[in-house]
Ligand binder design. Sequence first.
Ligand SMILES: [Zn+2]
Length: 148
Amino acid sequence: MARPRILTDEQRRKRKRTEEKRRRQRQREKNIKIGFCVYCNNKAIPTLKSCFSHWLREKSSFYLGTRTRWKELLDMLESQEYKCPFTGVLLVPGDNASIDHIIPKSKGGTNDIINLQWVDFKYNTIKNDMSNDEFMDYIKMLYERNIK
Ligand SMILES: [Zn+2]
């Protein structure tokens, strides 16, 4: 018969951390199944696994290096009235709302908030790493070459 193991404090703490991790993982899986945010108990955006504010926190983490500045991204989206400045289309979180670097990162643009703007995902994809002027020249060239 196995002897009951006597755990050291460190082992006990480790076990507790592991259990806590598993509990959170189970909670996340359960939330996903019922259409709730993986981080909180708010309703998730249907196409995402998170709610609106946690989606913004993820964007903040990715673009601004910290989850805490999500409000600035929300303010930006609101000041743009949820519209893409180039296409005029409505920006829908979890659908087409994406963040663009005004000066592309490949051209020395930073992740500073003033270098960011919300744009339509399709526009962002096509623009890729071109600056706005380069992109407009490119569109003009396409237009002149093909629509005549
Ligand atoms: Zn949430």
